[in-house]
Design a protein around this ligand. Structure first.
Ligand code: CMX
Length: 135
């Protein structure tokens, strides 16, 4: 069902302050910044091999990423696995008893369609499944 790790999401307080480390010190290829209004985040995407690092900056105090930073501080927020058919992947997870935050795909960054598995159902690791869109 899973084809690869699409990206690792990292919660940050400020993209301006964090981006230079990944882009300049670690030398990752910067792919751009996009606001995902539905999720109340601004996302900077950096490519590393065939996977990506996604820096997530909250755009409002009630953003889920703001709540995460308040509780845990900045750090690794979620793992995203790529699937070829997101509807089929959701159906299979539900049939296997997983608790899904999203029972229908919603819009992610860069034209992806995404769905989150609840961290209570994935041993405390927020898990995203993701069908690729445009890059
Ligand atoms: N990792 C592990 N546990 C997490 C978590 C995370 N990243 N975020 C929340 N939780 C835990 C909370 O601590 C809470 O635990 P307790 O019940 O023990 O207190 C529980 O999950 C519920 O959290 P909540 O924020 O109160 O619940 P919500 O249903 O409002 O939201 C969630 C849950 C995970 C969907 C939301 O917090 C979230 O992070 N949404 C995703 C936002 C995001 O990353 N969007 C960008 C996607 C862009 C893309 O990838 O393309």
């Amino acid at each position: 069902m899973l084809t690869k790790i699409n990206h690792i999401g990292i919660a940050v307080s400020s993209l301006n302050e964090t981006l230079p480390f990944y882009r300049d010190n670690l030398g990752m290829a910067f792919k751009g910044i996009e606001e995902v209004a539905e999720q109340k985040v601004r996302v900077a995407m950096l490519a590393i091999g065939e996977s990506k690092i996604e820096l997530l900056e909250p755009t409002s105090e009630d953003s889920p990423v703001a709540k995460f930073i308040e509780k845990n501080g900045p750090g690794i927020h979620h793992l995203a696995y790529e699937v070829a058919d997101i509807e089929a992947a959701i159906a299979r997870l539900l049939a296997d008893g997983a608790r899904m935050i999203d029972e229908k795909p919603r819009n992610g960054a860069h034209g992806t369609r995404i769905a989150f598995v609840h961290p209570k159902s994935s041993n405390g690791v927020l898990t995203e499944i993701c069908q690729a869109g445009h890059e």
